[in-house]
Design a protein around this ligand. Structure first.
Ligand code: LMR
Length: 327
């Protein structure tokens, strides 16, 4: 009898011990390949989170839409089925935070330096704060890069876009951008783009080179124009209730891991995109076209009116604040 209760006590304490030591799991879902700026930063964050918390936190990264596609991942975050995401800034408007679509305005930023004035300054912070009432806490901005247009025909002038079905992310600004070129925008989850291009469901698309390359879109697009017409980047977000419920010391360590991961993302994004472009060129599958100055001017002239057109949707104040910060 005595021996049995002793064994029971040992078994119970062992299981409580195991319970006490069970790590806090953060499921981090994303839609891109691991070998991209976001994929690498997510993996780096997972590694540093484990190191800094000495194993008390385990970040499980699910890349490539393995767990959820674009729209579902946002719902899963709000429901708490995943704890962390890094959706592109174009994907927040369906939550009701339309201000994020400001980042989709064509030619808003000339380069990463201008962009960082926003994402690393007060305007960027105030945009992240707007997610709180949606049950979401914004932790950081991670870069990807500047987009190129692609299709199965040369895209040199606005007239070349006429009638093309172009895949876009779920953003009304991107919709207006494609319409301004005479194209027909089609919202589609990122995970479906390759097949849609391959089967001709859509004719073309836009993305930074790291995505065009790792999703193999270039294999089914004969032409790509280095248009640099817009930016694509990310907000790293967590479920607010989950985040607020973490022990304070853990939150501090995770914030540190996030600061380091953000540096990795933002230091490497440009190089990653340059490397991806070099690989697309080397493949010989896609004609990569650099527009002339006159062509750039014509594209810009067609697209700049989108700023005015979308001002009431995004909010004049947000647009003006960004114009001010970027000079
Ligand atoms: C897209 O849907 O094209 C991008 O947002 C994918 C991504 O997360 O980079």
């Amino acid at each position: 009898m005595k021996k049995r209760s002793f064994l029971l006590a040992v078994a119970l304490s062992a299981s409580f011990g195991a319970y006490a030591q069970a790590p806090i799991v953060i499921k981090f879902s994303h839609v891109v390949a691991t070998d991209t700026p976001k994929g690498k930063a997510a993996d780096f964050f997972a590694k540093r989170a484990a190191e800094l918390t000495k194993g008390r936190v385990k970040v499980e990264v699910y890349p490539n839409s393995q767990l959820y596609k674009d729209k579902e991942e946002m719902e899963a975050l709000q429901l708490g089925s995943v704890q962390m995401l890094a959706p592109s800034l174009s994907k927040f408007a369906p939550l009701g935070v339309r201000e994020f679509e400001v980042f989709d305005l064509p030619y808003l930023f000339d380069n990463y330096d201008e962009l960082h004035k926003v994402t690393q300054g007060p305007v960027g912070k105030s945009l992240l704060d707007k997610l709180q009432p949606k049950g979401i806490t914004g932790l950081a901005y991670w870069d990807n890069g500047f987009k190129s247009f692609s299709a199965n025909r040369p895209l040199h002038a606005p007239a070349d876009f006429k009638g093309l079905k172009m895949r876009i992310q779920s953003s009304k600004v991107l919709d207006a951008q494609m319409r301004a070129l005479g194209a027909i925008p089609q919202v589609m989850a990122f995970s479906e783009v390759y097949q849609a291009l391959q089967t001709g469901v859509v004719d073309g698309t836009e993305n930074p080179h790291s995505n065009l390359y790792t999703q193999k879109m270039y294999e089914v697009q004969k032409d790509m124009t280095l248009s640099n017409h817009g930016y694509l980047g990310y907000a790293v977000v967590v479920n607010k209730k989950f985040w607020d419920g973490l022990p304070a010391d853990i939150r501090t360590e995770l914030n540190q891991a996030m600061t380091e991961a953000t540096k990795v993302a933002n230091d490497d994004a440009k190089q990653d995109n340059d490397n991806a472009l070099a690989k697309v060129k080397a493949s010989g599958k896609t004609n990569v076209y650099t527009p002339t100055d006159a062509e750039k001017t014509a594209l810009k002239k067609a697209l700049i009116p989108v700023h005015k057109q979308m001002a009431s949707r995004i909010g004049e104040d947000t647009i003006k604040a960004i114009y001010k910060e970027t000079g």
